[in-house]
Design a protein around this ligand. Structure first.
Ligand code: IMP
Length: 416
């Protein structure tokens, strides 16, 4: 990855280990920018045996030379950002001169969260993180969102009043919930925005300058390609774009990045929806427990399954991606027998949940490789582990350029 600009994109249903890989890739980067998603994301970093979970701030923030950006494509909850800044402060990380937040972020307001919670209480739920992501994006594409800029210029009360009328109507009449008061929400917003104001600034301009100066830039996606609003397992997806296509509009500049796809060597998914390679029984229990497969944002137990090559091929093609960082090889290898879904009978990936439930995965079986010691050279990995990695490369047509086999920074290695 010698390109000036590299984008790290999840190739599955999120939780691929993006936080860890971005922190590692950021070692020689100067800039790290988030361009979509919101605080539905949970990126876990382990540094010197201390764990930090980030939801909004880019995962390069623990590399002291990195300047981080939250681009306008991120749906921004001001209270969540405030909490995260406090967590970082307690972690001993000063972000005051190293974090820039776009004024054009769409705000996630208490109305959006209340709607998300109310709708999830009903039949037909998606299994969302209940952070208000969907309703906030509805207002964004409905061209009636409140953006951070509006609050900073005191130009938002009218928009808020419209939102109050409309969303309170749904909350009260459809869900039997209590209405929310626009005046007090507006007052809180002003206080929260004042707190963030020193961090607000242009995102595209410094990134353009960095690119001209050949300074390394990392772009950080959240969620994963299979949760993409267009090409994921619709309707059981998030409400944002999760592929590289979301980067330019989410940052305000096309940086022509080289894309590295992050994939876990098995598959996990939180929430409802089709999961062609889902696994139950003892192997599932092992992966869940040993792999710590519980959501970093909601603590929900993740569903687990075998690696799904047709889904990966779809994700690679969508992102124009030819390189994969493969994570969690230390966990999967402890199974005696490992399966890989090589293809579906008579079909490729379809971006439709109902169609996905009908697919019949075809598998090949491989032996495990046991636990892994900390190694720095690919050649020192057990032969069965290398055989697995090489099969994934062959089946996807991608190069496996990075391997992760533990939580720590020293448990990541380059394959070439
Ligand atoms: P929402 O993004 O909260 O609306 O949730 C929609 C779907 O995306 C649900 O299945 C969530 O579990 C899933 N989801 C959202 N964010 C993440 C993430 O960061 N990791 C994994 N799944 C996520």
């Amino acid at each position: 990855m010698n390109a000036t600009c590299v984008a790290a994109i999840g190739l599955q249903w999120g939780d691929e280990g993006k936080g860890k890989i971005i922190d590692w890739l950021a070692e020689d980067a100067r800039h790290v920018a988030r361009f979509q998603g919101g605080h539905n994301a949970g990126h876990t970093l382990v540094v010197d045996e201390r764990e930090l979970v980030l939801h909004l701030v880019p995962s390069g923030i623990l590399q002291p030379q990195c300047h981080c950006y939250i681009g306008q494509g991120v749906a921004l909850s001001l209270p969540a950002l405030g909490e995260e800044l406090h967590t970082l402060d307690q972690f001993g990380t000063d972000v005051s001169t190293r974090l820039t937040v776009s004024p054009d972020c769409t705000l996630i307001l208490p109305y959006h969260q209340a709607l998300d919670v109310a709708r999830e209480g009903k039949a037909g739920k998606i299994g969302t993180t209940k952070r208000g992501i969907g309703p906030a994006h509805e207002d964004k594409v409905g061209r009636r969102a409140v953006r951070l800029r509006h609050v900073l210029t005191d130009d938002f009360r009218e928009r808020l009043a419209e939102m109050a009328d409309r969303i309170n109507c749904e909350l009260v009449n459809l869900h039997g919930a209590k209405p929310l008061d626009a005046q007090s929400i507006g007052d809180e917003l002003l206080a929260q925005a004042a707190h963030v104001r020193p961090l607000v600034g242009a995102v595209a301009t410094p990134l353009a300058t960095a690119k001209n100066n050949n300074e390394k830039i990392l772009l950080e996606a959240s969620q994963g390609t299979l949760l993409d609003i267009e090409q994921g397992s619709y309707p059981f997806v998030t409400s944002a774009g999760c592929t590289i296509a979301a980067a330019a509009p989410g940052l305000g500049i096309e940086l022509a990045p080289q894309v590295i796809g992050i994939a876990k060597c098995y598959t996990t998914r939180v929430g409802m929806g089709a999961f062609p390679t889902e696994l139950t029984g003892a192997d599932a229990e092992f992966l869940t427990t040993t792999g710590g497969e519980f959501g970093a944002t909601t603590a929900r137990q993740r569903r687990v399954g075998w690696l799904d090559i047709p889904a990966l091929r779809h994700a690679l093609a969508l992102n124009g991606c030819t390189q994969i960082a493969l994570t969690k090889l230390d966990i999967l290898g402890q199974l005696n027998e490992i399966k890989i879904c090589t293809n579906y009978a008579d079909s490729e990936w379809v971006p439709d949940d109902a169609a996905l439930t009908k697919l019949q995965p075809q598998y090949t079986t491989m032996p495990g490789w046991g636990t892994l010691a900390t190694v720095t050279d690919y050649a020192d990995l057990p032969a069965n582990c290398r055989a697995y990695v090489e099969l994934v490369a062959e089946l996807t047509g991608a190069e496996i350029s990075i391997i992760s086999h533990g939580k720590g920074r020293n448990e990541t290695l380059r394959c070439a």
